[in-house]
Design a protein around this ligand. Structure first.
Ligand SMILES: C[S@@+](CC[C@H](N)C(=O)[O-])C[C@H]1O[C@@H](n2cnc3c(N)ncnc32)[C@H](O)[C@@H]1O
Length: 292
């Protein structure tokens, strides 16, 4: 069996030699695939391709734009994963072949349905259906941090809330918030491709989302709910500005952090004035809900 996980292209793409990707190859036991993929995703590859090896293990091939990044990541990984760097042509199959492996994702009341499938979602589903095409952005619904964020969003959101989706990627959380009766949804992402894809997915689902290609800044808000699935380092760095954008009594959902990073992230938000409400984990990834 082989499958691919795709993610956004980088904002700044250095020239590559002959338009090749530098691929970091690791080989892990089948039980270690999610941990290895999680470690690789932290360094923002354009995609990760997985394939079974003859000896029953799984080879993960992570494509990077430049040799320096691939080599740096290789040096950080456990030697027993046998990290090696090789070259692969950067053709569209790298970024698009994940489509063949996508499956619908159900989280709470929300069913995420591949937007390019002609087959309609099952009629027996009595919750909300999001028809989503993430294109080259992050947020198909398959990643644990997206699923955790989607679950937490359903817990904290009330009809009529003003919502900020910080790091919107595909717009999956923005569209969910709008379908869950938020009064207004603002989607921010530093990747212009993400805001284009979010706009497209909002239109495809018949909801309005206000998109901007930038990060959160002083003066934004006040929002009743902020959801930010953007990674531990970025969350800690932005904590004071994010807190400044939340209304009194408002809720914050933070994700994109590994379980062992959760304490440092929630501490940064506690210092910035929030109270921790709950945490949850899935496959080594964590989400936290905080309140102002
Ligand atoms: C892990 S993806 C999350 C996508 C989607 N919200 C989800 O839950 O699947 C993180 C997104 O945050 C964006 N991002 C990273 N740093 C950011 C920042 N400082 N401000 C805004 N967006 C940022 C990335 O471009 C990426 O699209």
């Amino acid at each position: 069996m082989s499958r691919s996980r795709s993610r956004k292209p980088r904002l700044f793409r250095p020239p590559t030699d002959g338009d090749n990707l530098r691929c970091l190859r690791v080989v892990v036991p089948a039980s270690g695939v999610d941990e290895a993929a999680g470690r690789l995703w932290l360094h923002e590859p354009v995609a990760i391709h997985e394939a079974a090896t003859d000896d029953g293990r799984v080879a993960l091939l992570a494509g990077f734009d430049d040799l320096a990044t691939a080599a740096m990541v290789a040096g950080e990984l456990p030697p027993e994963w046998e990290p090696t760097v090789e070259t692969a042509p950067d053709d569209s199959s790298w970024r698009d072949n994940w489509r063949a492996f996508v499956e619908p994702v159900e989280v709470g009341r929300v069913l995420v349905w591949p937007g390019w499938w002609t087959e309609p979602p099952p009629e027996r589903h009595d919750g909300l259906v999001i028809r989503l095409d993430p294109g080259a952005t992050f947020g198909s619904g398959s990643h644990p941090s997206t699923r955790l964020s989607l679950a937490a969003l359903q817990q904290v959101l009330h009809g009529g809330d003003q919502v900020l989706d910080l790091g919107c990627g595909s717009g999956i959380l923005s569209v969910a918030a709008a379908l869950l009766d938020a009064a207004a949804v603002t989607a921010l992402d530093i990747d212009p491709e993400a805001t284009l894809v979010t706009e497209r997915n909002a239109v495809a689902n018949g909801v309005g989302v206000e998109c901007h290609s930038r990060s959160v800044q002083a003066g934004d808000g006040p929002f009743d709910v902020v959801v930010a699935n953007i990674g531990a380092a970025v969350l800690c760095h932005l904590a004071p500005v994010i807190v400044g954008s939340i209304a009194r009594g408002g809720r914050l959902v933070v994700a994109g952090m590994l379980s062992e990073q959760a304490a440092s992230v929630t501490t940064a938000f506690a210092i910035a004035g929030l109270r921790l409400v709950s945490t949850d984990e899935q496959d080594g990834w964590a989400v936290a809900v905080l309140r102002r």
